[in-house]
Design a protein around this ligand. Structure first.
Ligand SMILES: Cc1cc2nc3c(=O)[nH]c(=O)nc-3n(C[C@H](O)[C@H](O)[C@H](O)COP(=O)(O)O)c2cc1C
Length: 195
């Protein structure tokens, strides 16, 4: 079996985003693993319009919008995802929700973990994403990274100053690896049986 591929989805796009600090910290931790492969899927690199297709992605038709289809094709290459998520108004960002809405089957039967941040550690954004993920038939893992950004803002601290985050990242990735492998094995067996 090929190594499972995990897409690290960067879910905010504004200038000066904290997402860059979160990604710079998390990516080497992820890439240090030998059991998973990672690719950064930065929403800055996908100019997705607000979802405006005639057919919902769950209807199974290709997207009429070329960028929307490019996004779906990239998601389809992945076996699981880590959402690096900000919290805007107690929710994930609009840009992330919109990117999620652009696909359906590409998310199905895959695992997902979260690196959240905000003044409450991104907790409320993560909880909403878990609910969204249930509709998309994804298995979300229990452990998440929840970064309180206030010490970074107010005291100039860095994510590394809080060792708990690295521990959470490790546990989250352990759980993600287990579920990703289990679901990939099941998907592969199904494809083999259908061939
Ligand atoms: C529109 C908006 C709404 C926000 N609402 C929340 C919120 O509900 N909870 C929270 O913890 N932080 C909130 N914040 C603060 C963000 O957590 C903080 O700006 C963070 O850096 C955003 O991520 P980003 O820099 O990657 O865009 C909000 C920020 C913006 C721009």
């Amino acid at each position: 079996m090929t190594k499972p591929r995990i897409g690290i989805i960067v879910g905010s796009v504004r200038e000066g985003r904290f997402a860059d600090a979160a990604l710079t910290w998390f990516e080497p931790i992820a890439r240090a693993r030998t059991d998973l492969e990672f690719e950064v899927l930065d929403l800055k690199d996908y100019k997705l319009p607000m979802f405006d297709e005639a057919a919902p992605p769950g209807m199974g038709q290709p997207a009429a919008n070329a960028e929307g289809q490019r996004w779906r094709n990239k998601l389809a290459e992945m076996d699981g995802y880590v959402f690096v998520t900000a919290e805007y108004n107690r929710a994930p960002t609009g840009v992330l929700k919109n990117a999620i809405d652009w696909a359906y089957y590409e998310w199905n039967r895959k695992a997902a973990g979260f690196v959240g941040y905000g003044s409450a550690g991104g907790t409320r954004a993560i909880e909403q994403l878990r609910n969204i993920a249930a509709e998309l038939q994804m298995a979300t893992v229990r452990r998440a990274v929840q970064i309180d950004i206030m010490p970074m803002w107010m005291e100039g601290k860095k994510i590394e100053d809080f060792p708990r985050h690295e521990k959470d990242a490790g546990k989250m990735l352990d759980q993600l690896a287990w579920w990703t492998l289990a679901l990939k094995s099941a998907r592969d067996a199904e494809h083999k049986a259908a061939a």
